[in-house]
Write a new protein. Sequence first.
Lengths: 152, 66
Amino acid sequence: MCGTYSLTAKERYIRDPFGLDDDPPWTPRWNIAPTQQIATIRQHRSEPKRIFGLMRWGLIPYWAKEPSIGLKTINAMSETAAEKPAFRDAMKRRRCLIPANAFYEWLRIGPKQKQPYCFRWLMGSVAKSGRRIRRNMHDSYDQAELISCRCA
Amino acid sequence: MLRPEDYDLWLDPGITDFKRVVDCLKPFDASLMKQYPVSTRVNRPENDDQECAREIPIADPAPRVF
């Protein structure tokens, strides 16, 4: 599971691999945390073009009373991502790419000690899979969640 | 992680078949990744700079998880 990641690529290194028409507005970041705005790429509904957009990291289902539920929905495991009814529709109809260069994991090294590790892709930017929801018609921002796979 | 060859399928809003979508989510090849320890600076979201991703020497490295 990924709770923090980096997207350090400059604009054109996001534009080219992900098929965008223009340089996306992105300043390199090394420490992207849940609830922050993250870079996402989605497909235009009717035109053959991809759209870059910033979304809030963490899905808040429409029935949630508190936005804090978004902290529990920053990740989904690929094996079970299709099972939870609340997010099934997002998986089915509203998928996105989440470009990343590396992610961080904390490994326990003592009773009260955790060591952060960086996991970096050797080939530049790759896409994490994501899905997104719009909370309701009056919300102007979208939200996104990462879908994590186990590494082989 | 998605493979570049699966981007089109993953993004296609016309594809709503779960099986085809989930098939894109395969384990990523660990040989294409590097794993190394970094400073605990990354624990705090307000630290957002290159130092977060810089490799640091540690005395007792954790076993590889991948």
